[in-house]
Design a binder for this molecule. Structure first.
Ligand code: SAM
Length: 389
């Protein structure tokens, strides 16, 4: 027996322009078993078919659409989408050329596969399963990826996703000391295997790390990498001859950063400081001026209610850090909170009252992080580059 999700008469517009999520408050009634392992039909209140999708009976998002229109997707839709995601990366030029061996293979809604994120690190694959519907397909997903890698397969669940979405998270398939190794633009990196931080190495910033390194080389001066994780921005800059200081609160991430710099023969160019980016930073390594400041905090606003507090904290930190950037230098200010958009970053720069700045780049993630047009929640990473005037 199939499941039909019937919208309320007053559900508001539902279609490609509104994105793939149908929320519980828009739903009048769910007919049938509500089995997350099966595709469900979405109808308007008169029974007219609008779309097909993945049901989350216990989720605030009742349905994640996989295709709009009356025609049901083919029975092998999942495998077809997975194949298309892999072929899409290949066509983007992401293939194992030895210089870069880590990229996002599946980006959830952006690949028509809501609830599934897959990153590859060399031969290893990390599958992040975030919904009941994808959890119900875990065996099929694991078989698909196991057949396509010689490396290890890690299956992880984001914090609280099981509780929020109503499923039992997969058992984590690795020990505490596991490491993922990969190359990025010719540099060798390792990260703690997930779930230490998200799916591992913030691959969404991969191309920005190289661009910022080039800016640092061209403007001269040191680079200060605040929220450095395993040292990505700092090490890319050091590889271009820039002295760099990385700061993070995670001792585990800093240990990897130190090892990563050493692997590329850049230990002498990098210094690592453990500290709180939202506090006064008075470590001696942070004294003096910098050509580039990278400020890449964690997700500081998880809902619209958090925005003003998070923006205030960013403004206060920027107020302390921006005066250290030399004239002509750059501030790279990042947000990975969907609710903290580019306009909030601009406002924080203005409110920090730290001299004259102009925005020279508005960046996002690389093309291996595609977004379903109309799905605003998929556009979470903003990276603004400002130049001091
Ligand atoms: C979005 S990640 C940064 C990614 C990194 N820039 C990269 O390119 O890989 C945020 C980082 O901030 C660190 N972090 C979180 N809260 C912090 C705090 N209060 N002070 C310093 N670092 C913090 C996390 O450990 C994490 O490494």
């Amino acid at each position: 027996m199939s499941t039909r999700v019937e919208l309320r008469r007053d559900a508001g517009p539902v279609g490609p322009h509104q994105g793939p999520w149908v929320r519980r408050r828009q739903v009048g009634k769910v007919w049938g078993p509500g089995d997350p392992a099966q595709l469900a039909e979405l109808t308007d209140h008169r029974g007219q078919t609008l779309a097909w999708g993945l049901i989350g009976p216990d989720s605030e998002i009742t349905l994640r659409v996989v295709s709009f229109g009356a025609a049901a997707p083919p029975a092998d839709w999942l495998l077809r989408r997975l194949d298309a995601a892999l072929a899409g990366r290949h066509a983007l030029g992401l293939r194992d050329d030895g210089a870069t061996t880590a990229w996002r293979v599946v980006n959830s809604e952006g690949d028509g596969l809501p609830g599934l994120t897959v990153d590859r690190y060399g031969d290893d694959m990390v599958l992040q399963i975030a919904t009941a519907a994808m959890a119900a397909r875990q065996a099929e997903l694991a078989a698909f990826f196991a057949a396509r890698t010689r490396g290890r397969l890690f299956v992880v669940t984001p914090a609280q996703a099981g509780e929020r979405e109503g499923f039992t998270p997969a058992e984590q398939l690795h020990g505490d000391d596991a490491r993922l190794e990969f190359r990025e633009h010719g540099l060798q990196f390792e990260v703690p295997a997930p779930p230490a931080q998200k799916t591992g190495a913030y691959l969404d910033q991969r191309d920005n790390r190289r661009l910022v390194a080039e800016l640092a080389r061209s403007c001269g001066g040191r680079l200060l990498d605040v929220g450095c994780h395993v040292g990505g921005f700092a090490i890319h800059a050091a590889a271009l001859g820039v002295d760099a200081v990385g700061l993070d609160q995670s001792a585990r991430a800093l240990a990897c950063a130190r090892a990563n710099a050493a692997r590329s023969g850049l230990a002498e160019r990098c210094r690592w400081v453990q500290g709180d980016m939202f506090a006064a930073l008075d470590d001696a390594a942070l004294a003096g001026s910098f050509g580039v400041l990278v400020f890449d905090p964690p997700r500081v606003a998880s809902s619209a209610r958090d925005v003003s507090r998070a923006a205030g904290a960013m403004t206060a930190s920027l107020g302390r850090l921006l005066p250290r950037v030399q004239a002509g230098g750059f501030a790279v200010v990042c947000s990975c909170s969907q609710h903290l958009g580019g306009e909030v970053l601009d406002a924080a720069m203005l409110d920090a009252r730290a001299g004259a700045w102009t925005r020279v780049h508005a960046l996002g993630p690389g093309p291996d992080h595609p977004v379903w047009p109309g799905h605003d929640q998929g556009s979470y990473l903003r990276v603004h580059v400002y130049q001091r005037r």
